[in-house]
Write a protein that binds this ligand. Structure first.
Ligand code: GLN
Length: 501
């Protein structure tokens, strides 16, 4: 495959399916894509590609600022927003020769799990749509692509692009990856610069990747995991060196290195609290098969406990909505974005602009977030949630054999009960039918439970990946398994992910 032929395939897929899937809201100019692909092909022919990704087509979630195309966050508030600068992660990929394919649909400002809260309309899961006879495309069963990076996952799954960037605050890369049958990777908090990624909840937001394989995820990740002075929470090179040193200071035993199996000497933890009642039997059996696959590869599997798992969703919602209510104050109708035409005396421009510009889920979260920050509930909600977040971090530190170089936890390599990575489900079920999650069918409290397995790693800032693992026997739709690693130990997540794959 040369970049030219690959680009032709992507463009064909976009022309054929995007109107049914609505994965890309904005598509880049076909002629620009073709001419960039020709340039890249020439570089490959000369043996001088800019990077392994030179000439590949990449999709970007609508919350990445890019000078080309709009950056709407799928919100009416930013419907015509043209960013004056480009996000660092996007810029790094451009320098590596990647070609922008389009901007992908999402839940407005990242708030949602099924891509149904989007001013640009819903995205459909490519499964059951692509490969279906043309005359049935309009009526084919629509399943949720997951959210909030639903467009990014759908674009990769339907081969509209080689890879896509998404953002993961509480599971927004991993859940759509599981539903659409692609690899979704969220690195440790601070690995990839958030500069130019529109903020949802800054202490949890991470840039993540959607790809077809674990290897591709690693290639994209390696190109964009760099220090960036423009984001103060992005790890500096010195911090990266320090983390790498701590992680690898613990050597595997001689015996385990010699057995030749990919996971010899690796201990995998199975978090008992994730085995909840709501888990469908097919998800459970998938999880069991995953455990067997890791054992076959030489891993030792041990049950472990993250005792505070059940408090994670509540703590996440408190913290994420509080941060969102603060981050979203900037949409005031004056500096940029939508401005209301309503000119009454009674209510302010701010009031009208925000009532018109924000969708109902965003308004719900702003209200919730403002409430938990009021003086009357601050201690009871916000502070308590912060404490829960710390205890969940400790829960993870207590089970990992390698040290967390941020919290300063002690290594426990010799302790057979402590593990190198965790294996867990990503979602309770396969992709639900769109009609079941649309409009008023969706009960917000139930919907928040969709993120029950992804949120703990987000609160602790840990690297986590959703890897497609066969189809769920009962409905043929894909499902992923989740690999979670110690802070900074992306390498272990890739290693285990490659075996799950
Ligand atoms: N579904 C979760 C939420 O709505 C996670 C979103 C995300 O990771 N951006 O908050």
């Amino acid at each position: 495959h040369t970049p030219v032929t690959a680009a032709a395939t992507s463009l064909e897929q976009i022309s054929k399916y995007n109107k049914y899937l609505n994965a890309f809201v904005d598509v880049a100019d076909y002629d620009v894509i073709r001419s960039q692909a020709e340039d890249a092909t020439r570089r490959w022919e000369k043996g001088q590609p800019k990077s392994p990704l030179d000439g590949t087509i990449i999709g970007y979630k609508m919350n990445f600022c890019t000078e080309e195309l709009r950056s709407t966050c799928s919100s009416s508030m930013l419907e015509n927003f043209q960013a004056p600068y480009t996000a660092t992660a996007v810029e790094l990929l451009r320098q590596a020769g990647a070609i922008t394919g389009g901007k992908a649909n999402m839940d407005e400002f990242g708030m949602g799990s099924h891509n149904v809260f989007s001013a640009a309309g819903v995205t459909r899961n490519p499964f059951g749509i692509v490969n279906c006879p043309t005359e049935e495309l309009d009526t084919a069963e629509g399943r949720s692509p997951g959210g909030s990076s639903g467009g990014s996952a759908a674009a990769v799954a339907s081969n509209m692009c080689f890879a896509a960037l998404g953002s993961d605050t509480g599971g927004s890369v991993r859940l759509p990856a599981s539903y659409c049958g692609v690899v979704g990777f969220k690195p440790s908090y601070g690995r990839i610069s958030r500069w130019g990624l529109v903020a949802y909840a800054s202490s949890l937001d991470t840039v993540g990747t959607l790809t077809k394989t674990v290897n591709d995820a690693e290639i994209v990740y390696n190109l964009i995991s760099k220090e960036d002075p423009k984001d103060s929470t992005c790890l500096t090179q010195r911090q990266r060196d320090h983390i790498a040193q701590g992680i690898t200071s613990v050597e595997q035993s001689e015996e385990s290195r010699n057995t030749g199996k990919p996971l010899s000497g690796v201990r995998i933890g199975v978090p008992q609290e994730f085995n909840i009642e709501e888990l469908s039997p097919s998800t459970k059996s998938l999880w069991r098969k995953g455990i067997l696959a890791l054992k076959d590869a030489g891993a030792t599997v041990v049950p472990i406990s993250i005792p505070n798992t059940r408090l994670a969703v509540g703590a996440y919602l408190t913290l994420a909505t509080a941060e969102a209510s603060s981050n979203l104050q900037r949409y005031d109708g004056i500096r940029y974005g939508h401005q209301s035409d309503e000119k009454d005396e009674k209510d302010s421009l701010y009031y009208h602009t925000r009532s018109e510009g924000f969708g109902k889920e965003v308004r719900r979260r702003i209200l919730l977030g403002t409430y938990v920050l009021t003086s009357g509930s601050f201690d009871n909600f916000f502070l308590r949630a912060q404490k829960i977040r710390q205890t969940i971090r400790k829960d993870f530190d207590n089970v990992f054999a390698r040290p967390n170089m941020i919290t300063g936890s002690l290594p426990g390599e010799d302790d057979p009960e402590r593990v190198h990575a965790l294996l867990a489900p990503v979602a309770v079920t396969t992709a639900p039918k769109l009609e079941d999650v649309l409009g008023d069918h969706i009960d917000p409290i139930n919907a928040y439970m969709d993120d029950i397995f992804t949120i703990p790693a987000s609160l602790a800032g840990l690297p986590a990946m959703s890897v497609p693992f066969g189809n769920c026997a009962n409905d043929g739709f894909p499902m992923g398994l989740q690999v979670i690693g110690q802070y900074g130990d992306e390498e272990m997540v890739f290693k285990v992910g490659r075996v799950v794959e």
